[in-house]
Write a protein that binds this ligand. Structure first.
Ligand SMILES: Nc1ncnc2c1ncn2[C@@H]1O[C@H](COP(=O)(O)OP(=O)(O)OP(=O)(O)O)[C@@H](O)[C@H]1O
Ligand SMILES: Nc1ncnc2c1ncn2[C@@H]1O[C@H](COP(=O)(O)OP(=O)(O)OP(=O)(O)O)[C@@H](O)[C@H]1O
Ligand SMILES: [Mg+2]
Ligand SMILES: [Mg+2]
Lengths: 266, 266
């Protein structure tokens, strides 16, 4: 079972768009996928047609140990399940503060899924912060995918992100690796996108071999800016359902193909 | 002296780009402007050519009462001053926790500027959060400008923002009003941008007359997506200096003209 945290503390860089569309594309290819919404804004849930009202079990109830992941799981498409989130999750940071073992609640809740190989892929949409929700994702997964908008300050945020990942790898989860970087909101033909992508490559090449991002692959498929990707959430559909011939669908299918190709080496 | 907090807790919606370019455009029109960087990322500072190293006084030193705003102020252009920020500011949230009167440190530091009409405009670039830094901006200013990207979830974030503003107005700063909403990263010709803008108008029209956003004006000038705006920060220049004939420069100059036109009614 591959477990992937889609994270970047910078806001609006494509975490949710990538989590949802990658999960949907992998499910389309026949993999058993569970999309997990870890953002109190509940955007990933909304994006697949789910608005979690007060009676619906959510990932918050898993954190407070009032329910299990299996009970919170909903089927949202063929081969595609969702663990929804809503604004209740905003309380988690405060409620878990100081609690012993608070970094591992999600990992513990997922343990039986790993043992039973319950899914082929678990994809976690992280909120734009490095707080307790993101830390729970990082201790629960083996892989991190980082969506990056190739704009000027992208690499400044990346350093901070890598720092946090290194800390978690050293102290809380020895299996954690940054395995993929997804270029999102890519403005083709602009020098800025090309320059930042080049800077990113050099940054990675200069990294030590023993860092958790040493073997991070920059996916060749760049997700180009496409208004269809911004429209899809309002219809509660993945881009593959909403606009199957759009460049957004083409790009996320190509990204999914690269993600599947990694399996051979695992 | 008009004091304006440029705020939106959502990341990457144009706060910094708007703070910097609006401040620069107003200065270009002869107004005495002070741009204040309230984000530990220091993007506004970088955007006007300032990288605050350990020896440079920053807004953090003002919060810790080790220096005054006058001492931290740097001239960065004709009629344009800056109060810089750097990563030190990240400590403020933790350091001020529980301190009596922590919501008013900035207001107190600015009091003499108001009395002396030291500037025509103070423009504050807020971080993407509703924490103590943003609260300090809200208690220190009379006006809030909200940059908004017309994408699907924009209004969800706006409700939360208005809630916070209402709370501050009721309890901490009776003079606070949301006076402007700036449409940023506007993709002309798309239905999504038109639909969200229309939803926003209806949302405001439906608001009670006694809310702090009742008279919020949606600026007619929309800031269109323009790669030049994303390139300018890397040169430490406003868009007016970097690419004076670009649509980015045209749009921010038009926005500044609307902001100046508000003076007549104040
Ligand atoms: N390639 C793209 N082309 C056009 N719009 C896009 C693209 N990718 C994402 N968007 C839109 O940009 C906005 C931000 O994307 P998204 O919500 O995926 O980012 P995020 O990193 O999850 O944000 P947050 O930090 O708030 O969780 C959304 O409105 C989304 O629909
Ligand atoms: N109209 C525009 N056209 C093209 N790029 C833009 C435009 N406005 C902003 N950008 C770019 O989009 C990114 C986000 O903008 P900006 O930094 O101003 O947002 P922000 O709200 O300040 O973000 P944060 O929440 O991180 O402080 C930046 O790389 C910026 O250069
Ligand atoms: Mg998101
Ligand atoms: Mg900013």
């Amino acid at each position: 079972m591959r477990s992937i945290a889609v994270m970047n503390q910078k806001g609006g860089v494509g975490k949710t768009t990538s989590s949802v569309n990658l999960a949907a594309a992998l499910a389309r290819e026949g993999r058993r996928v569970c999309l997990m919404d870890l953002d109190p804004q509940g955007h990933a849930s909304f994006h697949v047609g789910v608005e979690a009202g007060p009676d619906m079990p959510t990932v918050y109830d898993v954190f407070t140990q009032q329910t299990t992941l299996d009970h919170a799981r909903q089927l949202v498409g063929e081969n595609l399940s969702l663990i929804p989130a809503n604004i209740d999750l905003a309380a988690t940071e405060v409620e878990l503060a100081g609690t012993q073992g608070r970094e591992f609640f999600l990992r513990n809740a997922m343990q039986h899924w790993k043992e039973q190989n319950r899914f082929d892929y678990v994809v976690m949409d992280c909120p734009p912060s490095l707080g307790i929700l993101t830390i729970n994702a990082l201790t629960a997964v083996n892989e991190v995918f980082i969506p990056l908008q190739p704009h000027f300050f992208a690499l400044q945020g990346l350093s901070k992100l890598f720092e946090t990942t290194a800390l978690v790898t050293r102290r809380l989860n020895r299996d954690l690796r940054v395995t993929g970087i997804m270029m999102c909101l890519y403005e083709s033909g602009t020098r800025l996108a090309a320059d930042v992508t080049e800077d990113l490559k050099q940054f990675l090449n200069a990294s030590d071999g023993d860092t958790p991002w040493a073997s991070a692959k920059i996916f060749k498929s760049k997700v180009r800016r496409n208004i269809k990707l911004a429209e899809a959430p309002s219809f509660g559909q993945s881009i593959m359902d909403y606009a199957p011939t759009s460049s957004g669908a083409v790009d996320y299918l190509a990204l999914a193909a690269e993600v599947l190709a990694m399996e051979a080496a695992m």
